[in-house]
Write a protein that binds this ligand. Structure first.
Ligand SMILES: Cc1cc2nc3c(=O)[nH]c(=O)nc-3n(C[C@H](O)[C@H](O)[C@H](O)COP(=O)(O)O)c2cc1C
Length: 428
């Protein structure tokens, strides 16, 4: 782990537009309703023949699909886009820990068209990420095309690809016919994809679900339509829109899509551990996988996957093994970088915090305490206290202790934690 903790120093501060921090992107993520099978569709731009000479070591003149495949071949374990979570600092941390291509939170094309400053901030890409994917959502082909081309002009080589979100189930998105509602209108979806493809030279990919209405699987036809409309790749989340994020994600549908289209296919849904990563790729034949909730507060999942890939070994279950000091280092680093970009955004660390310290001794007490942190100084103070505690009161000792001895070590820690709580309350 230490090798990577040192690497954190490489994450630059602000670069380009300032980031919003971990707020919610163009739309919140929740998810909702209503489907029909993808029928016959207008096809334009067949076979993703748009060419480009950018990135990933792909030969000049390669198709966008080849370029995208090149990115996935370099590293097939990607951080999934998550509104409210995958802001630029967290993405950079995941990249340092070994994630493949990173992707912005979803951004409203209409919001960009209004030059909404808040929306523009989501276009920030850190040099640490190299180039990254920007995800757009919208249902107006002209608006999508224009905004995609503006983004390409603005970001230049920092832009790896444009991804179109056709999977978001949030009510406020679906109500406007955007996100997963596009699965109910494959003809319009095709127009959106082909207009976007024509507007940019980078790969355009599409992320969608198993289908819209529960039980009505349309993903295979939808993938065919996307490919015929010029998409360079697709990502399939194996839940229906109606399922939101509940229930099991079906990896079978990813395999069915993979068997049908030629463009690279990325799997999403229920990838919570490194063994899920490899099992999903084995079962589905997918070219890559996206880690979503499994990466919240757990950038170490990428480190473990990388270790497995490089040494073909089993590195165990990462989050349980992460030393307390390492968690503090990463969380502290995260909040410091948020503060450099926008001091108001540090409050978002409260959410990240509970994920970084999930399952550690006295976690719930710490979660309670962190709610009184509002400024970077509060957080610095708090992390100092945690750091000292970790060294002198031995969190690691608790984690390392023989299970039979753990009770005593834990009691000592709880006692100390209680004192800290009292001190903290008296100061705040
Ligand atoms: C809080 C949250 C926010 C999300 N935001 C986005 C988003 O902005 N764009 C997107 O394509 N998918 C988004 N997703 C969906 C994920 O990328 C992923 O497809 C889904 O969570 C399934 O993976 P999982 O079961 O491993 O979490 C979001 C998911 C969550 C939990």
């Amino acid at each position: 782990m230490t090798e990577f903790a040192a690497g954190l120093d490489g994450v630059a501060g602000a670069d380009g537009a300032t980031a919003e921090g971990a707020g919610t992107a163009g739309a919140a993520a929740g998810e909702v309703n209503d489907a029909r099978a993808a029928g016959a569709v207008d096809t334009t731009n067949a076979d993703a023949e748009t060419t480009t000479s950018t990135a990933a070591g792909t030969a000049p003149g390669a198709s966008t699909s080849d370029v995208y495949r090149g990115y996935l071949a370099q590293n097939p374990v990607l951080l999934a886009p998550m509104a409210g979570w995958t802001e630029v600092v967290f993405r950079s941390i995941c990249k340092i820990y070994g994630s493949g291509l990173t992707c912005s939170e979803m951004i409203s094309a209409q919001g960009l068209a209004y030059d909404n400053i808040r929306t523009l901030k989501y276009l920030d890409i850190n040099p640490q990420e190299g180039s990254a994917v920007i995800q757009l959502f919208g249902s107006n082909p002209q608006v999508m095309a224009l905004q995609a081309s503006r983004i390409e002009e603005l970001l230049g080589t920092k832009l790896a690809a444009i991804d179109i979100n056709m999977g978001c189930p949030a009510r406020k998105v679906v109500r406007k016919g955007e996100g997963s509602a596009m699965m109910k209108d494959p003809q319009l979806a095709s127009q959106v994809i082909s207009a976007t493809v024509e507007a940019v030279s980078v790969p355009v990919t599409v992320k969608f679900r198993r289908g819209f209405e529960h039980g009505c699987e349309t993903a295979v036809d939808f993938a065919k339509m996307a490919e015929q409309s010029g998409a360079a790749g697709c990502c399939v989340h194996g839940r229906y829109s109606k399922d939101l994020y509940h229930g099991e994600s079906d990896w079978g549908v990813v395999g069915r899509v993979k068997d049908t289209v030629q463009i690279p296919v990325v799997a999403s849904g229920d990838i919570k551990s490194s063994s899920d990563v490899f099992e999903c790729m084995r079962q589905t034949g997918a070219d890559a996988v996206m880690v979503a909730r499994g990466a919240q507060g757990n950038p170490w999942i990428f480190l473990q996957c990388r270790e497995i890939r490089e040494h073909s070994g089993d590195a165990g279950d990462p989050q349980n093994e992460v030393p307390m000091e390492e968690r503090i280092r990463v969380a502290r680093f995260h909040v410091e970088k948020l503060a450099e970009r926008d001091p108001r955004s540090v409050v978002h660390m409260r959410n990240f915090f509970s994920q970084y310290f999930k399952g550690v001794p006295a976690a719930s007490m710490y979660r309670g305490m962190v709610t009184s942190c509002a400024t970077i100084d509060d957080f610095e103070d708090f992390f100092d206290q945690m750091w000292n505690a970790s060294l002198t009161h031995g969190y690691q000792k608790v984690l390392d202790a023989d299970p039979l001895q753990r009770g005593a070590a834990y009691e000592d820690l709880e006692h100390w934690a209680q004192q800290l709580r009292e001190f903290w309350d008296s100061e705040n």
